[in-house]
Design a protein around this ligand. Structure first.
Ligand code: OFO
Length: 176
C-alpha cells in the first residue's frame, strides 16, 4: 500500500511528465510549420514517449493501491525564435523532470519505500540519457549558428535519432 505522501509525489510526477508531453507537442508544431520536419518528427515521438512515462506512473500507482489522477492541461506561452530555442526549452524541461525525479528518490529513501524507489530508478537512468542527448543536439545547432544549409543538415540528422528507452530491470514493471 502506498503512503499518502508518496502517492501525492507520484501524482505530481504524472503532472510533470504530462506537461513535458504537451510542451513537446507544441514545439513539434512550431518545427512542423517552419520547415524543420526532422525535428518535428523527433519531437512528436518525444511527446509520445513522455505520455508513456506518465502512463507508467499511472499503472504503478493504481497497482499499488493508490489513485492516479489525470493532470490538467495548462496553456503554454512559448517564445521561440529559432531551432536552438526549441531544444533549449526541451533541455530546460528535462532538467526540471530530473530535479523532480531526484526528489522522489530522496523521499522514497527517507520513507523506506523500497518498492517505489526501485520503480523510480528507471526514471533516473532515462533522465540521464535524455539530458545527454538534448545537450548534444543543442551543441550541434550552436555550431552551425544561423547557416541555413547547416540547420537543414542538422534537422536531417535529428530525424534519424531513434531513442531507446533506458534499460533497467524496473522498466518492465508497470510498463504501459
Ligand atoms: Fe519523462 O521526462 Fe525525460 O524522459
Amino acid at each position: 500500500m502506498l503512503k499518502k505522501d508518496i502517492e501525492k509525489a507520484l501524482n505530481e510526477q504524472i503532472s510533470i511528465e504530462g506537461s513535458a508531453s504537451f510542451l513537446y507537442l507544441s514545439l513539434a508544431s512550431w518545427c512542423d510549420t517552419k520547415g524543420f520536419e526532422g525535428s518535428a518528427a523527433f519531437l512528436y515521438q518525444q511527446s509520445d514517449e513522455e505520455r508513456m512515462h506518465m502512463l507508467r506512473l499511472f499503472h504503478y500507482i493504481n497497482n499499488s493501491g493508490g489513485f492516479a489522477v489525470a493532470p490538467e492541461i495548462k496553456k503554454q506561452n512559448l517564445k521561440i525564435g529559432n531551432l536552438a530555442d526549441v531544444f533549449r526549452l526541451v533541455y530546460k524541461s528535462e532538467t526540471k523532470v530530473t530535479e523532480s525525479v531526484n526528489e522522489m528518490v530522496d523521499l522514497c529513501s527517507r520513507q523506506k519505500d523500497f518498492s517505489t524507489l526501485n520503480f523510480i530508478q528507471w526514471y533516473v537512468s532515462e533522465q540521464y540519457e535524455e539530458e545527454v542527448l538534448m545537450k548534444s543536439i543543442i551543441d550541434k545547432i550552436e555550431l552551425v549558428g544561423d547557416d541555413g544549409k547547416g540547420l537543414f543538415m542538422i534537422d536531417q540528422y535529428i530525424k534519424t535519432i531513434r531513442k531507446q528507452p533506458a534499460a533497467n530491470p524496473a522498466a518492465a514493471e508497470g510498463d504501459a
